[in-house]
Design a protein around this ligand. Structure first.
Ligand code: CUA
Length: 320
């Protein structure tokens, strides 16, 4: 699975599997049609009509002879049958994947931004919502409902192994659902050209066993541990001064809504929507010049001293 992360031919969930079977089935029908047509055409080309010889006269008479018309009716019948089977199979597959087979375990509001993914998990009661970015966790084997919106232009939510694409359209909410059969990380990618960094608008869906998912969710609901050691405390001060207008961190005054929520950044696997692995070296590189790594993205280059940047990296890497 890990060697073909974007393959929609080997899917892993109830929202995608019927579509995959349909895809292979239609491919088989199409291949069979091509083989039959090619064989009949070859037969017609090579077969010589009895009693006709090119040596005598190569102008063939146009006349209706023999059982030719019967072939037309056989062909029309087979074509109609193949198209009818394809249509019925397609319509029943669409109906089968429209709604999840069991009630969804949870609802996530996913908002597409230029060029990252905001994910708001709707809780059962007040104070039970939380927001994260670019990495969705879901419980394995349970359908999850998605409300898809856009903050700017049209994006498309696409986790090839879990479901087909659904567009995120400004001004409306589209519904979709995903389900993962096996625990693991499923890569996704914006599926609709949305500007300069469309190709760096990736996301991950991580399917966790139920207990691991509950632990992750409880962690997200809590504020990260306060920064107390010297480098992280200094980093927290830098963050409030330079970053908090755009980014939020739970349990601190930082409440910016323009960029991704960074409350538990250290738990995420990637930075900048799948652009870089999340480790101190890459985080430092990103903070030094986000525009060099992902040109055109909305994060400006914020001038920082080397000491401030190191403190900021220590602080952000402590947010777990
Ligand atoms: Cu967002 Cu392409």
């Amino acid at each position: 699975m890990s060697d073909t992360p974007m393959s929609y031919l080997a899917t892993a969930g109830a929202a995608a599997d019927p579509v995959t079977r349909l895809g292979w089935g239609l491919l088989a029908i199409a291949v069979a049609v091509v083989i039959v047509v090619a064989a009949l055409l070859a037969g017609a080309l090579w077969r010589r009509r009895p009693g006709l010889s090119r040596d005598i006269d190569d102008r063939l008479p146009v006349e209706r002879r023999g059982p030719g018309l019967r072939w037309i009716w056989v062909g029309v019948g087979i074509s109609t049958l193949a198209l009818f089977v394809s249509t019925v199979w397609t319509l029943t597959t669409l109906a089968a994947v429209r709604d999840p087979p069991t009630p969804p375990a949870l609802t996530i509001q996913v908002t597409g931004h230029d060029w990252w993914w905001e994910a708001r998990y709707l809780g059962e009661g007040p104070g039970q919502d939380f927001t994260t970015a670019n990495e969705l966790h879901i419980p394995v084997g349970r359908p999850v409902r998605l409300e898809l919106r856009s903050a700017d232009v049209i994006h498309s939510f696409w986790i090839p192994k879990l479901a087909g694409k659904t567009d995120l359209i400004p001004g409306r909410t589209n519904l979709a659902w995903i389900e993962a059969d096996h625990p693991g990380a499923y890569r996704g990618q914006c599926g609709e050209f949305c500007g300069l960094e469309h190709a760096r608008m990736a996301l991950q869906v991580v399917a966790d066993p139920p207990s691991a998912f509950r632990a992750w969710r409880d962690r997200q609901l809590a504020a990260p541990a306060p920064a107390t050691s010297p480098p992280t405390a200094a980093g927290a001060v830098v963050f409030q001064a330079r970053c908090a207008a755009c980014h939020a961190i739970r349990g601190t005054p930082a409440g910016g809504l323009f960029g991704p929520d960074l409350s538990h950044l250290a738990l995420r696997r990637t930075l900048a929507a799948g652009t870089l692995p999340n480790d101190p070296a890459h985080l430092s590189e990103w903070l030094a010049d986000p525009q060099a790594i992902k040109p055109g993205n909305e994060m400006p280059r914020v001038p920082l001293t080397d000491g401030d940047r190191a403190a900021l990296v220590a602080y952000l890497q402590s947010l777990s």
